[in-house]
Design a protein. Structure first.
Length: 98
């Protein structure tokens, strides 16, 4: 069971890194630093967007409009960190230290 707890924790960490990449790509796109008409860049961006948007969209729909600022990735970071800490607190104690 300890391996399962470690696997879920690793998946949460990977999702966190993908959300960071999504935020950075959205900034680079907004400031025209990267060219989305480049096929390789578009494939990378759309892949990251496809993975992270199903998690960010429900949070974005609940938050009020802050005048162009999107705080939904920050809320997702907090939720992912909480889930990872909760996983290690309960799952780690029950399965990995016992």
């Amino acid at each position: 069971m300890c391996a399962l707890v470690g696997l879920i924790s690793t998946i949460i960490t990977i999702i966190t890194y993908l959300v960071i990449a999504n935020v950075i790509l959205s900034w680079l796109t907004a400031f025209n630093v990267i060219n989305m008409s480049n096929r390789f860049v578009y494939q990378i961006a759309s892949s990251i967007y496809a993975v992270t948007e199903p998690m960010i969209a429900p949070i974005r729909s609940v938050l009020p409009n802050f005048g162009g600022l999107d705080f939904s990735p920050i809320i997702l970071f907090l939720l992912l960190g909480f889930a990872q800490n909760l996983l290690w607190e309960y799952g780690g104690q029950a399965f990995c230290m016992g």
